[in-house]
Design a protein around this ligand. Structure first.
Ligand code: NCD
Length: 309
């Protein structure tokens, strides 16, 4: 299996065997990600971290991953401090990062931006979220979290909750869960349903997602509840956002009806979707999930830059 030099733009670019390989590789990175061992596989390598949109977990876990591997990171988290402010194009910015580093991680508000970047760079491009498009590295850490907790993905009943229209994490995850034969239940406000394109991708893989608005009933026999934030920044008008924000809230009262083994996941940041009281329950997995970003991104950076452990 060869990942050297490959871009990670969409989870759809990877076969199930390749995803399994990445997930197994990630497992080997866990102790290094915790700082328990020392590894210098990417010593002398440089990662460009280009964040045109806000980020906490994705950017910091990529940086942590690169540092844990002995590599270094250059880049920006605020594009207004770059020559973009002077009118420079995305393609020219990418050409520069291509000249200065060994891999580029990019987050951008426009769907398709990472794919475009890949056309202008010879080094690997890792898509850290392109608008309401896709988020493949988040998807891999989500899969890693489910496999670690549940031992398998096949036949798991997974609820995808919240903003299924604009949420890029659920676009990637719905496809990947279908690839593994999970059962999908979509719960969202009427105006924020999963795009037809994604539903069709699931169907092509043999999964028929169910939709419901009754979360209380759905959690009774679900294995995973994956909640998302309503993506305020993608709404064309504030009033529409105000109408749907707060539609669903996960709290201890709701979880009384849940299957005891239910795990609650969330890519974070949460706003109002999960009451902090849930943090202390055995259902809460979102912080562990966020940690898993480090080993998974360590594996990805090692693989695309061609290093073996
Ligand atoms: C998500 C994103 O940026 O798409 N966060 C993340 O990467 N962990 C989800 C979100 O912003 O709501």
């Amino acid at each position: 299996m060869n990942f050297r030099g490959r871009d990670i733009i969409s989870i759809k670019d990877f076969s199930k065997e390749e995803i399994n390989y990445i997930l197994n590789y990630s497992k080997k990175m866990v102790s290094y990600a915790k700082g328990e061992g020392h590894i210098e596989k990417l010593k002398g390598k440089v990662l460009s971290s280009l964040f045109f949109e806000p980020s906490t977990r994705t950017r910091l876990s990529f940086e942590s991953a690169m540092n844990r591997l002995g590599g270094r990171v250059i880049g920006f988290a605020d594009p207004t401090a770059t020559s973009q402010k002077k009118g420079e194009s995305l393609s020219d910015t990418i050409r520069m990062a291509d000249a200065y580093s060994d891999a580029i991680v990019i987050r951008h508000p426009q769907e398709g931006a990472a794919r475009l970047a890949a056309e202008f760079a010879d080094i690997p491009i890792l898509n850290a979220g392109d608008g309401a498009g896709r988020h493949p590295t988040q998807c891999l850490l989500d899969l890693f979290t489910i496999i670690t907790e549940k031992k398998k993905i096949e036949k798991q009943k997974v609820i995808l909750l919240g903003d299924l229209k604009y949420g890029r994490t659920v676009h990637s995850l719905a496809y990947a869960l279908s690839l593994y034969g999970a059962e999908l239940i979509f719960v969202s406000p009427e105006t924020l349903k999963m795009p037809k394109e994604v539903v069709n991708e699931c169907k092509e893989l043999g999964t028929e997602p169910h939709s419901t608005s009754n979360l209380e009933k759905a959690i009774k026999d679900a294995d995973v509840l994956y909640a998302t934030r309503i993506q305020k920044e993608r709404f064309p008008d504030a009033e529409e956002y105000n109408r749907v924000v707060g539609t669903y809230k996960i709290d201890n009262h709701l979880l009384k009806n849940a299957n005891d083994k239910l795990i609650v996941m969330h890519p974070l940041p949460r706003v109002t979707e999960i009451d902090p009281e849930v943090d202390r329950t055995h259902h809460a997995l979102y912080f562990k999930q966020a940690f898993n970003g480090v080993p998974v991104r360590m594996a990805l950076l090692s693989l695309v830059t061609g290093e073996k452990i």
